[in-house]
Design a protein around this ligand. Structure first.
Ligand SMILES: C[S@@+](CC[C@H](N)C(=O)[O-])C[C@H]1O[C@@H](n2cnc3c(N)ncnc32)[C@H](O)[C@@H]1O
Ligand code: SF4
Length: 433
């Protein structure tokens, strides 16, 4: 694996790192009647792409609220589960009946959220088995479940493993108990360790989310967390903590109740440290923030198919749905969600239909996902080469040493890995920032 050791003189390409690319759900417009109609028409066509999709039913419920979290989740209440699961199956059924979905294959079923592990193992398995019956899966497909260590007892993990769940995704965030307390993560580092170890012993792959540049987090604390994660043999998603003003953490920071975050330089050094430690331990950088030691994860269809494949995301509060040129989020309120689904409509809140120009720009955000832009594929889709459309941007990025271009493809360099979010923004229309 390559090491990312970047000389100080080379690493100051931008003042600070962008950690999110353009074209995320934050930019989608509210749903309009004509876009909804266009989406429904699209769903009545055949999927003629050769891309495989991912199916994601979301359970946007949490047993408690972490101070930093910006996801539109609701507090868990036992009485909402039955009506919600019934509505979720109805929404899934609406999609399953469309021509587009009937002519699509899925190679991953992912319970997302939120924390689906607030459900019982039986409820999760019932939902997964519903998806298996109603959607066409590839011969070999994978089941993944997003969980929280605080709602993941050993018996639950055992039942999931027995059913054939391949991977558990878990928000560990940090193994530093002082920081865990400050972020209102309700269980201890030891409990996270127990959940990861149990899942690994049961043969499941475990991917943990870690956050860096947490207020008060030292470099030593970050290094300890990384080392613990390697010791537990977990796959790792490293997120730079982004503070949103409306979260509890945003308010705590404003009121001076927690120490400030590190500056842009410290944040960059933390990323470089993670890259160094993880690549030294045999991990490779994958997707936007992941580090993995599992070779075939680098070939995952859904990741590699961006932006032509699709993630069929369902459930209230889901934010990452896309099917080719359509991207959407669902309504965030569970009662409103149930009402809309029961009226026979898709519970979409925001819906974006990309123009061909937008699709060209979105194709360039493959660089943010550490994927190459294939020039021939680009030409086949748009009858133009990337250089015909983005000559200025590509020249400037190449001069800065952030990308490499050959006859076949455009890809990020080692230095580009550090600035991949900023690279993606170079291709965004200047208006949307
Ligand atoms: C929706 S959560 C799903 C994980 C699961 N709910 C749990 O906490 O165990 C996905 C991940 O997003 C990351 N995340 C949430 N808020 C964030 C923020 N403000 N900045 C950066 N990452 C964030 C966290 O690492 C979190 O685990
Ligand atoms: S990080 Fe996970 S558990 Fe915490 S509030 Fe967000 S979705 Fe819920």
């Amino acid at each position: 694996m390559k090491k990312l050791t970047i000389e100080d003189k080379d690493s100051k390409v931008y003042d600070s790192r962008e950690n999110w690319p353009p074209y995320t759900y934050r930019d989608y417009p509210g749903i309009k009647q004509e876009t909804y109609k266009s989406f429904i028409e699209f769903l009545s066509t055949e999927n003629k792409s050769d891309k495989v999709l991912e199916l994601q039913p979301w359970i946007s419920l949490c047993a408690s609220r972490c101070t930093f979290c910006y996801y539109p989740t609701s507090a868990f209440s036992p009485s909402i589960i039955q009506p919600y699961l019934a509505a979720l199956k109805k929404e899934l059924e609406m999609y399953a009946k469309t021509t587009y979905i009937q002519t699509s294959k899925f190679d991953e079923i992912v319970l997302g959220g939120g924390t689906p592990s607030v459900l019982s193992a039986e409820q999760m398995i019932d939902l997964i088995s519903f998806c298996e019956k109603r959607f066409t899966t590839t011969d070999e497909y994978f089941i993944k479940v997003t969980c929280s260590s605080k709602t993941l007892e050993t018996a639950k993990l055992q039942k999931l493993a027995e059913y054939g769940v391949y991977q558990v995704d878990m928000g560990a965030q940090t193994f530093d108990d002082k920081l865990r307390k400050q972020l209102r993560l309700p269980d201890s580092a030891k409990n996270v360790e127990r959940a990861v170890t149990t899942a690994r012993k049961l043969g499941m792959c475990v991917c943990i989310d870690l956050m860096y540049n947490i207020p008060g987090q030292t470099m030593e604390s970050w290094i300890d967390t990384l080392k613990k994660s390697i010791e537990l043999d977990a796959e790792i998603d490293c997120y730079s903590l982004n503070v949103y003003p409306n979260t509890v953490l945003g308010k705590q920071l404003k009121a001076g109740k927690v120490p400030p975050q590190g500056d842009a330089e410290f944040e960059k050094q933390m990323y470089l440290k993670a890259y160094e430690i993880l690549t030294d331990a045999g991990y490779g950088a994958l997707g936007h923030d992941r580090f993995s030691r599992i070779e075939w994860h680098f070939k995952e269809n859904c990741l590699n198919g961006w932006p032509w494949a699709g993630i069929l995301t369902t459930g209230f509060g889901c934010i990452m749905g896309y099917l080719q040129k359509f991207s959407y989020t669902n309504v965030e309120d569970v009662n409103k969600y149930i009402e809309i689904v029961n009226s026979g409509k898709l519970p979409i809140d925001r819906l974006s239909e990309s123009t061909p120009e937008d699709m060209m720009r979105r194709t360039m955000t493959r660089l943010y996902l550490r994927l190459p832009v294939d020039k021939i594929e680009f030409f086949e889709k748009f009858c133009k080469y990337p250089e015909d459309v983005f000559s200025k941007e590509l020249r400037s990025l190449k001069e800065k040493g952030l990308i490499e271009i050959d006859d076949k493809e455009i890809r990020i360099t080692k230095l580009g890995d550090l600035w991949k979010g900023n690279i993606a923004w170079e291709f965004a229309p200047k208006l949307i920032k």
